[in-house]
Write a protein that binds this ligand. Structure first.
Ligand code: BG6
Length: 469
């Protein structure tokens, strides 16, 4: 739809940027922190590990000052469960508590709204050893952790995200590393884990609304609209299959308290549906998220399954993420979109399309908690000319403005990432930040910070509240 006038961004729009604890902090065993699954899993040997990362743990004041100078109105970061409750369920670790208390205060000092993710891939390893999310006890552990966070920070933090990309953890478990021995859970186990996470999340949201009545909480999912490869009806069915299984099944549960019917039929047919105990569905009902947080990177194009053993393929440049499923869907190339150096589809219009679909489905405001382009940025004479990132973000923001004009209620935009972080499995070869961290995969150098060209561009966008987009 073409409009004569585009709507403006709301005056209180949360212009921000994101990081996650294990990808930015470092200090992986410092001040009482215990290892998380990320610290214990196997990762590619030729890229940086997460032990030191961007050393945000020691340099957060310098970093937040730079965020403030860029004009950021919100900073989305995650709290490491392993810093707050190192043994997963027991006593509180004061230095970890103090770290986040100080970080939140530092944000507030500059008028930056902290947006906290409670769990970004980094389950305490001690809980994993007891079965992790296969074990129903982990539900209580998460609720206890959440209650601790709300008690500690509920007065200072208004925006909370429960679990980052539950759908990635369940559908592409290899994306966050491989358990020792390389054995990934079966699909049946994964959907059981998913059910336990859903129960934990619902209990946490209900608890939140009683403990932090003025706050807002939502799930943070990786959402993306699907295109049928052609107008062949079977392609449309396949695209719908994958959209339901990949996206809506994960958002329907927190919002409606029920699994998506098509996705549930798929799970039952393949005998991978979770065991649902009496009372579970009551727990899932009435969680009432206040918004949907959404990570958006690209769209997918989908054709009907051939069901001949050839439907499954690795995502371009990414052996750890497999796409396609026999009898369900197969990934197809989209000739109308470009791709990043890592083979990720670049689709700003798909962003608008996804925002519209999400809003139409859930009628909840949307907070974009990730969006961005990974690239091997180059530091030259103290500058980083990342015009490709400016181009990417600008086009996505233009489409977001159109989505707002379409009637989508937007809370904010927090692209990935505020500062360079370790990519999930491509180290520092693939950077996303507005601020460059001068380190290589293995040579830490001084880790000096350099604002990139995109930093100054975003500064201007924020200052004018996106008016000239
Ligand atoms: C998101 C994750 O899926 O994608 C982030 O929430 C991650 O943790 C981001 O870093 C980009 O992916 P990658 O693999 O390029 O680091």
């Amino acid at each position: 739809m073409r409009y004569q006038t585009k709507k403006s961004f709301p005056s209180d729009f949360l212009w921000g940027a994101s990081t996650s604890a294990y990808q930015v902090e470092g200090a992986y065993l410092e001040d009482g922190k215990s290892p998380s699954i990320i610290d214990m899993y196997e990762h590619p040997k030729d890229t940086a590990d997460f032990k030191i990362a961007s050393d945000h743990y020691h340099r957060y004041k310098e970093d937040i000052k730079l965020f403030a100078e860029m004009g950021m109105k919100a900073y989305r970061f995650s709290i490491a469960w392993t810093r707050i409750i190192p043994d997963g369920t027991g006593s509180i670790n004061e230095p970890g508590v103090a770290y986040y208390r100080d970080m939140i205060a530092e944000c507030r000092k500059y008028g930056i709204e902290p947006i906290v993710t409670m769990y970004h891939f980094d389950l305490p390893y001690c809980l994993e050893e007891k079965g992790g999310w296969n074990n129903r006890d982990t539900i209580d552990a998460f609720v206890n952790y959440a209650e601790t966070l709300f008690e500690l920070y509920g007065k200072e933090v208004r925006y909370w995200l429960t679990i980052n990309e539950q759908n990635t953890m369940i559908l592409h478990p290899g994306a966050i590393g491989l358990p020792k021995g390389g054995k990934l859970p079966t699909k049946k186990e994964l959907y059981q884990q998913n059910h336990h996470m859903m129960l934990a999340q619902a209990r946490v949201m209900k608890l939140f609304h009683t403990m932090v009545p003025d706050g807002k909480i939502g799930p943070a999912l990786n959402l993306t609209a699907m295109y049928p490869a052609t107008c062949k009806p079977e392609d449309a069915i396949a695209a719908h299959n994958w959209e339901a299984i990949r996206c809506w099944n994960f958002a329907d549960v927190p919002v409606f308290g029920t699994y998506h019917p098509l996705a549930f039929a798929y799970m039952q047919d393949r005998n991978i549906e979770p065991e649902i105990l009496p009372g579970d569905m009551d727990i899932l009902k009435g969680a009432n998220p206040d918004f949907i947080a959404m990570n958006y990177y690209s769209t997918a194009t989908i054709a009907a399954s051939r069901n001949d053993g050839s439907d499954v393929a690795a995502r371009a440049g990414d052996q750890q993420i497999m796409l396609g499923e026999e009898g369900i869907y197969r990934p197809e190339e989209n000739p109308y979109v470009e791709k990043t150096k890592y083979g990720w589809v670049i689709d700003p219009v798909g962003f608008r399309y996804t925002l519209r679909k999400v809003y139409e489905r859930y009628h909840l405001p949307i907070l974009v908690t990730e969006n961005g382009i990974g690239a091997p940025d180059i530091l030259e004479d103290g500058k980083i000319h990342d015009d490709y990132r400016i181009d990417f973000l600008e086009k996505h923001l233009e489409q977001m403005k159109l989505a707002i004009t379409d009637g989508v209620e937007m809370l904010g935009y927090c692209p990935w990432s505020a500062i360079d972080v370790v990519s999930t499995h491509q180290g520092y070869q693939k950077r996303y930040g507005f601020i460059y961290v001068d380190r290589d995969e293995f040579d830490l150098k001084e880790m000096k910070r350099y604002p990139k060209d995109s930093y100054y561009w975003y500064q201007k966008v924020i200052a004018e509240n996106g008016e000239s987009l």
